[in-house]
Design a protein around this ligand. Structure first.
Ligand code: CA2
Length: 145
């Protein structure tokens, strides 16, 4: 039985820590990956963080997770608000799914208030900055106990 958690990140999150620090903070995705690994280890889990700017790649990684991951933490970025394809892929995955947003999407434009992915997620974290990933990993640790 796999103990790996996929931490999937959607479009533009490769720029984390490099642009718009007033919204997304100064930590990079490499910092987030290291923190996820540290927290995952506390629960005997492995963290595998990935980022893509392509919807189809995110869908393919979710399919891969069906065999290779025990749970998925996902920040789908803009795909949150647009992608039935990502939602459908997540419906094929049997383990827990947690949705993370760095910013408080509910304090932003109204088009960010709706999430397709929330229809599948066990839980949603928004507005805790990049700390949201570590919180989600802790919750994943509880869910996979
Ligand atoms: O708050 C979040 O985590 C979002 O998922 C981020 C998405 C946005 O479309 C969602 O509504 C909320 C945008 C990701 C863009 O990431 C950047 C990071 C640093 C600099 C520029 C963009």
């Amino acid at each position: 039985m796999t103990r790996t958690v996929y931490v999937l990140n959607g479009p533009n999150l490769n720029l984390l820590g490099k642009r718009q620090p007033e919204i997304y903070g100064r930590d990079t995705l490499e910092d987030v990956a290291a923190e996820c690994k540290r927290v995952a280890a506390e629960f005997g889990l492995e963290s595998d963080l990935r980022q893509s700017n392509y919807e189809g790649q995110i869908v393919d990684w979710i399919h891969e997770a069906r065999e290779k991951a025990a749970g998925i933490i996902i920040n789908p970025a803009a795909l949150t608000h647009t992608s039935v394809a990502v939602l459908d892929a997540l419906h094929t995955f049997e383990g827990p799914v947690l949705e993370v947003h760095i910013s408080n999407v509910h304090k932003r434009e109204s088009f960010r208030h709706h999430s397709y992915v929330s229809l599948r997620a066990e839980g949603v974290i928004a507005g805790f900055g990049v700390e949201g990933y570590a919180l989600a990993m802790r919750r994943m640790g509880s869910l996979l106990k």
